[in-house]
Design a protein around this ligand. Structure first.
Ligand SMILES: NC(=O)c1ccc[n+]([C@@H]2O[C@H](COP(=O)([O-])OP(=O)(O)OC[C@H]3O[C@@H](n4cnc5c(N)ncnc54)[C@H](O)[C@@H]3O)[C@@H](O)[C@H]2O)c1
Ligand SMILES: N[C@@H](CCC=O)C(=O)O
Length: 545
């Protein structure tokens, strides 16, 4: 039979509940034991091609961002030759995997999700805490709950996107759609900041019958390898996903020179995505099919405060939005527009919470802000702090210092600018730096217009407003400025299946990860028409005597 509808129940899942990790709780004790294990070892991470574990090449190290003398993991970069072997291995695995019924593929990822929710939850948290410097709560949201949700809800979504069958109004003709994986292989290029995104980018195409090369980020190696091993333990056949740590440009150059590239599933910076897209465009004549490009990139996310806003929501939402995970979220709040009338109260609120925020190791429960990912991120953020210190238009209201003697620590920083077009209001900083512009209340709508034109991004944005008429006007004004738009809530914290995620303009191709439409990108539909009555005439009725 050409088409057999998938027998997957929809709506059977709920979002994975967060555990509390209260001191003395069962999960806290287990996590502490696992943290100790990883703190006392340097994991040795291989390149995995099919069933082969490869440890060739120069040894490189992932370090703890909050303690950069602490080596967390040893790994090597795959050479061009090994990347080519990985592509061959993908292509060898493809035929059988693509023809495996979708329920069977789904069962493997469901098992992986269950292993993540139970047996390996503490491992996922510990490797994300030590390797990427997330505190317990942030690691629980990312490495456990979000990844588990991606895997489980993609099962539901795979059913939704493959259930349409065409109509067959003519007797003797059966029309059907066959939902195929794509020819060739996908390259999944993943960022450091979410373990969940690392695990999602290769698994989503695989769920839909594709094969993928997973190039993890050097600074998320340990957590990402932990995820990969869980996929294999759950029954993912060798070669369906190959784990290929590599130098970015070497990886990019090698995959785009293969005629079998089916697509690139990328999350990371605009610069890298544009580079990859240009490389694909330059190689168009060499590909068997047109590679599909998915890019989820950066943002310059705003909080726009209307004079009718609830000040407490603004203050709490902004602290969370700007400083959770040190502003290293694509959705982090990094520019804010406040009316003069509310500024004294909002300023007091922000500055008094700022005094309470502690910065330090993610392993100590009191620390809300931890270390930024590496020396390059530290230098980039420091250069923005220096700009704020030296510019006549800006005043640092809180924070503004940084120190990399032990770990890459940047104090959460609040800046006020009198120039709404200052680079602090335009460029992605990807650190704990929030800049605000105070506007006269009678220039509210003009200021909103300015927000829409200030930056090339359109990822997330929030309005805080109680006045209903103003609410409608602002919703309309910001229609094109945020792929994820919030009303009276912070600009971060999207949840799988609740707020499918992605931005437009330079923020990305907006495929909406965590929603059903995302999976369509990995499907190549074959339309089949089968006729069961003999074809008895060639003339049109109009030609008959
Ligand atoms: N929109 C979203 O959903 C989303 C989510 C998370 C992060 N981000 C964005 O990601 C960025 C931070 O992540 P990052 O610092 O890891 O980004 P990055 O662009 O530096 O790296 C992303 C990945 O690309 C690889 N890479 C670098 N050069 C390459 C090349 N020439 N060819 C192939 N691969 C190459 C890196 O090794 C890494 O694995 C921020 O801009 C952030 O906003 C976006
Ligand atoms: N899902 C995340 C964004 C991921 C980007 O880094 C959020 O909405 O906070």
């Amino acid at each position: 039979m050409l088409f057999r509808p998938a027998k997957i129940r929809t709506n059977r899942f709920i979002n994975e509940p967060l555990l509390d990790y209260a001191p003395g709780s069962k999960e806290r004790k287990e996590l502490e034991g696992v943290l100790e294990k990883y703190n006392n070892q340097v994991a040795d991470i291989p390149i995995v091609v099919g069933d082969k574990e490869i440890k060739d090449g120069k040894e490189l190290f992932q370090v703890s961002p909050h303690d950069h003398q602490h080596k967390v993991a040893k790994y090597r970069h795959a050479s061009k030759d090994i990347i080519k072997q990985a592509i061959e291995s993908n292509l060898k695995a493809r035929k059988e995997w693509e023809r495996t019924p979708i329920e069977k593929r789904a069962d493997i990822f469901l098992k992986a999700a269950d292993l993540m929710a139970g047996k390996y939850r503490a491992d996922l948290l510990a490797t994300t805490m030590i390797g990427q410097s997330k505190n317990i709560w942030q690691a629980e949201i990312d490495a456990a709950c979000e990844l588990i949700d991606f895997l489980r809800f993609n099962i539901t979504f795979s059913r939704l996107v493959t259930e349409y069958q065409p109509i067959s109004p003519d007797k003797g003709i059966k029309n059907s759609s066959v939902y195929r994986g794509m020819e060739g292989f996908w390259a999944a290029v993943t960022p450091f900041n979410f373990t969940a995104i690392g695990g999602h980018l290769p698994s989503a195409p695989a769920m839909m019958g594709n094969v993928a090369l997973w190039k993890p980020s050097d600074t998320a190696m340990l957590s990402n390898y932990t995820v990969f091993k869980i996929y294999r333990e759950a029954g993912l056949p060798a070669g369906v996903i190959n784990f290929v740590p590599a130098d970015g440009p070497t990886f990019g150059d090698t995959v785009v020179s293969s005629p079998d590239l089916a697509g690139i599933n990328f999350t990371g910076s605009v610069k890298t995505f544009k580079h990859l897209w240009k490389q694909v465009a330059n190689n168009l004549d060499n590909f068997r099919s047109y590679p599909r490009m998915i890019g989820e990139c950066g943002g310059k996310n705003f909080h726009f405060i209307h004079p009718s806003a609830d000040v407490e929501s603004v203050v709490n939402g902004t602290i969370r939005g700007a400083f959770e995970f040190n502003g290293q979220k694509c959705s982090a709040t990094s520019r804010m527009y406040v009316p003069e009338s509310l500024w004294p109260k909002i300023k007091d609120g922000l500055l008094s919470i700022h005094k309470e925020i502690k910065t330090g190791s993610p392993l100590q429960k009191e620390n809300f802000v931890t270390a930024v990912i590496d020396d390059k991120a530290f230098a980039r953020i420091e250069s923005y702090l220096n700009h704020a210190k030296n510019s006549p238009n800006t005043t640092i209201l809180a924070g503004g210092t940084c120190d990399q003697s032990e770990g890459y620590f940047v104090q959460p920083t609040i800046i006020q600018t009198t120039d709404p077009n200052d680079k602090l209001m335009k460029e992605e900083i990807f650190g704990p730096v929030l800049t605000m512009y105070i506007y006269p209340d009678n220039k509210c709508m003009e200021t909103a217009d300015l927000v829409t034109k200030t930056s090339p991004f359109a990822l997330t944005g929030s309005i805080f407003v109680k006045d209903q008429k103003a609410r409608e006007v602002l919703i309309d004004k910001f229609r094109e400025n945020a792929g994820n738009f919030y009303i009276n809530d912070k600009s971060t914290g999207s949840v799988v299946a609740q707020q499918p995620f992605g931005g437009t303009r330079m923020s990305g191709t907006n495929e909406k990860a965590g929603g059903p439409h995302y999976l369509l990108k990995f499907v190549s539909v074959q339309a089949v028409k089968e006729t069961s009555v003999p074809l008895s005439a060639w003339k049109y009725p109009s030609m008959e005597e």
